[in-house]
Design a protein around this ligand. Structure first.
Ligand code: AMP
Length: 221
């Protein structure tokens, strides 16, 4: 199955992507994660991407599309994949349709389904302002509703927690503006292709996963 997750920042795409990809036994491809790894390694891609990421803007389409093209030609995607955070613009979606068509695999010529995680702006702001990331293992903690046992320390690896530059309040506001302007049009784009399925992404994480899997089951996932 070839699946795309869309939704605003803080909708829980990363968390749900882990569970859904495991359930479907396909690799999870998160463009945000790949960019962050490149930033951490100081690679040329990371150096270019960082300025956009830190200010809440999108990395230019050309850079992002090339990166995804490289990733989708790796052999582990042959039986499908789950994209988390890509596409984020209509030109990226058009490029993805073409990439998938060019892959020429047994899975057919297109994406199977686009799952939209629906959450409103107030909830997004609440979630992102309480979000902390572990320096050690990258795990994300929500200090308001799922705090670690010790303040500022990751329970999983003992690493120090920090607030990502792009989770600061003014950057979150900018990310939401960017989402409304550049990414929300994907809902119409995929709706018109008959591939969009939206689920309520509020409430306990496990409930959202159940809703997502149920929705995908109706698509044969
Ligand atoms: P995320 O973890 O998905 O919120 O991504 C973190 C940041 O990486 C975003 O705020 C963007 O700056 C950049 N990024 C991730 N995916 C994309 C994409 N598909 N297009 C452009 N920029 C992206």
């Amino acid at each position: 199955m070839r699946l795309v997750l869309v939704g605003p920042p803080g909708a829980g795409k990363g968390t749900q992507a882990e569970f859904i990809a495991a359930q479907l036994a396909v690799p999870k491809i998160s463009t945000g994660e790949i960019f962050r790894e490149n930033v951490a390694n100081g690679s040329p891609l990371g150096v270019r991407a960082r300025q956009y990421m830190d200010s809440g803007h999108l990395v230019p389409d050309e850079i992002t599309i090339n990166m995804v093209r490289d990733r989708l030609t790796e052999p582990d995607t042959a039986d499908g994949f789950l994209l988390d955070g890509f596409p984020r613009t209509v030109p990226q979606a058009v490029a993805l349709d073409k990439l998938v068509a060019d892959l020429g695999s047994d899975l057919g010529a297109g994406l199977d389904v686009v799952l939209e995680l629906v959450v409103d702006d107030d909830e997004v702001i609440r979630r992102l302002s309480g979000r902390r990331t572990c320096h050690g293992c990258g795990k994300i903690w929500h200090v308001d509703f799922d705090p670690p046992l010790r303040d500022g320390v990751c329970d999983r690896c003992g690493g120090e927690l920090f607030q990502r530059e792009d989770d600061l309040a003014e950057t979150v506001a900018e990310r939401l503006r960017v989402y409304a302007r550049d990414t929300a049009p994907l809902v119409d784009y995929y709706g018109a292709q008959g591939k969009l399925v939206g689920i309520d992404a509020t409430g306990p994480v496990e409930d959202i996963t159940v809703r997502a899997i149920d929705a995908l089951r109706s698509y044969g996932g």
